[in-house]
Design a protein around this ligand. Structure first.
Ligand SMILES: [Zn+2]
Length: 67
């Protein structure tokens, strides 16, 4: 993950940590306003945590990276 990417949520601007399908992010977090309509959206750590809280699918996989 290159570090020059920023979070794709409007008004956030933090460094992106994860790249996710925009469709999936909108399904899980419809309240988030994204910048544009890219195929994939980059999320910062905070927004990715929000996303994960709602999905929990990748919790096992990602545990080592986040704790
Ligand atoms: Zn963010």
């Amino acid at each position: 993950m290159p570090t020059d990417e920023v979070c794709g949520v409007q008004g956030c601007g933090k460094e992106a940590k994860r790249s996710l399908s925009t469709k999936k992010v909108k399904e899980v977090l419809p309240e988030l306003k994204l910048i544009g309509e890219p195929r994939r959206v980059h999320l910062c750590r905070d927004h990715y945590k929000q996303f994960r809280k709602k999905t929990k699918q990748e919790r096992e996989l990602d545990r080592a990276a986040w704790q």
